[in-house]
Design a protein around this ligand. Sequence first.
Ligand code: DQA
Length: 147
Amino acid sequence: MKILVMNGPNLNLLGEREPNIYGGDTLKSINSEIQEEAMAMGYEVTFFQSNSEGGLIDRLHEARLDCAGVILNAGAYTHYSYAIRDAISAIKIPVVEVHLSNVNSRDEFRKNSVIAPVCCGSIAGFGKYSYILGLYALNNKLGGNDE
Ligand code: DQA
């Protein structure tokens, strides 16, 4: 089974972007940690990052054909992209929303996620471990065991 780990705008700059908020790890190093965990669970993982809404939507559409589920950090699109929300609704595979930072303790606009209602759950505030926790949550949704 294949899982898609998808990151939205500005997350390509992890490591140099506001490290006090998002941590010092690069996206590449976070992705390799996810890959290791996922492989141990028996999943194949594919990674995708885009700064554009259309790119993210196109990849979500493709995922419905070749992936069992998605771990998604939609970045700022989380807070206002009805188009990404509709794409998540349109594909029938489970999508777990993740955020590195605790979006509920920051600016007012970050407290609202327009994608949360169509995701199977949300994890925020644990830095790179949000992705790992997302992986465990997705594994559980997909019926994998928790060992
Ligand atoms: C983020 C939180 C968003 O509010 C922000 O726009 C991001 C990153 C996070 O991972 O904490 O780009 O999704």
